[in-house]
Design a binder for this molecule. Structure first.
Ligand code: ACO
Length: 370
């Protein structure tokens, strides 16, 4: 007789979804708004080997209302072992990581979903908005001429209701960032940037749907400035690879740039995918900076168009931007050797961290040599 395996993979068993009200679901054209997704990590919750013992066909159904992130938890399985000492207490363990007011009654949860559509408004103040065409997966609607709006909110613990909101969204840090952990709610130095999709309902009201967020720590920096350290950053899977991470990063960077008392933006222990996102956006920003490019590569003509530097003579080979850089050979301030005082002047002006600036200079020189 075949032996029965009572061990479940916690990353597969834990099934997440962001649920929005019916009308919005129709506006978006189908099931993709209920798309289920899975965590990358569950070891902070279910232990190092990410296994759950004692069940067959285990599903840990953790749903969030798409705006206020109110939660619903249902644990289902085909069979459970009868040995109470060795069987993992799935709900009991997860309970430690989410607020206690989650629903276990599906009808009550759907009521919250409908309430969300009417009454949920993001906390904090809008600091950036952008639009995108309606996603092409949107099914029935003719999507081509319509745009969806996105808004980034800047929030601190001082904004009423934000502590409770943060307790609902912080689980995404554990589930998607390696070595991610919950932050100290008593520390006032935290700032948050939360990104939402904003949809218009047929009656003209707006609904908001959570996409991701970043936690940023404000360090005192002698003698009178502050350094911003980007610490946590997550875009939930249904929204990844659509440019939202880049928009959120640029918003935080611009916030640092225009806030007089902030001296630079640093990043704490970036994951590879984040480092890549940061490099691409920082490079794009530098390539679009006319003064920097003119002075850096002054010996040959460069023209600026559409945020990209166009090369007049020969085209450069592939570069880290994934396209032709258009960089020309020249001996401006970028050298070689690079003019250090000039480079430092731009670094401070652009509020870039030293190590990141070095990386960017190296990338630009490589692109240049190509
Ligand atoms: N269509 C298709 N692809 C696109 C589009 C588009 N419209 N727009 C951008 N892309 C591509 C980009 O070119 C990029 O390609 P690459 O992966 O080859 O570099 C890729 O999508 C990612 O760029 P974005 O869409 O701007 O980024 P995304 O929204 O996917 O967010 C992030 C990236 C933050 C890493 C996300 O995947 C995530 O949250 N991951 C899990 C958590 C994590 O690792 N966080 C960072 C930890 S480090 C820290 O916190 C400091």
């Amino acid at each position: 007789m075949a032996t029965v395996d009572w061990t479940a993979d916690a990353n597969e068993a834990l099934t997440l979804s962001l649920v929005r009200a019916e009308e919005d679901k129709q506006v978006l054209g189908g099931e993709e708004t209920y798309e289920e997704f899975h965590p990358t990590f569950t070891y902070p919750i279910y232990g190092e080997d990410e296994k759950i013992y004692g069940y067959q066909d285990l599903v840990i159904d953790l749903r969030f209302t798409s705006g206020s992130l109110a939660q619903y938890l249902s644990v289902r399985y085909a069979q459970k072992l009868d040995a109470s000492t060795t069987v993992d207490n799935v709900e009991g363990i997860l309970k430690e990581f989410i607020p206690s007011d989650y629903d276990t009654d599906e009808a009550a949860f759907f009521t919250r979903v409908r309430e969300d559509a009417v009454s949920f408004k993001p906390i904090g103040s809008v600091i950036n908005t952008y639009t995108r065409p309606v996603p092409s997966t949107s099914g029935s609607r003719s999507a081509t001429e319509e745009v969806v709006e996105y808004e980034v909110y800047h929030v601190t613990w001082n904004d009423p209701g934000f502590r409770e909101y943060h307790r609902r969204m912080q689980i995404f840090i554990l589930l998607y960032i390696e070595a991610g952990s919950y932050i100290n709610e008593d520390d006032d130095a935290w700032h948050f940037f939360v990104l939402y999709e904003k949809r218009k309902r047929q009656n003209g009201t707006k609904t908001y749907h959570f996409i991701g967020y970043s936690s940023v720590y404000k360090f005192y920096c002698f003698p009178e400035k502050h350094r911003l350290r980007l610490s946590q950053f997550v875009i939930v899977p249904p929204y990844q690879h659509q440019g939202h991470g880049s928009e959120l990063y640029k918003t935080i960077y611009n916030y640092a740039l225009i806030t007089p008392l902030i001296s630079e933006l640093t990043v704490e222990d970036p994951a590879e995918a984040f480092e890549d996102l940061r490099d691409r956006n920082d490079l794009r920003m530098l390539l679009a900076n006319e003064n920097f490019m003119k002075e850096g590569f002054s010996n040959e003509a460069v023209s600026h168009g559409g945020g990209k530097v166009q090369k007049r003579k020969t085209r450069a080979r592939a570069n880290p931007m994934g396209a032709s850089s258009g960089m020309v050979k020249g001996t401006g301030k970028m050298g070689p050797p690079i003019d250090k005082a000039w480079s430092e002047m731009f670094r401070t002006q652009l509020k870039m961290a030293g190590r990141q600036w070095q990386r960017l200079m190296e990338m630009l020189i490589l692109m240049h040599l190509n």
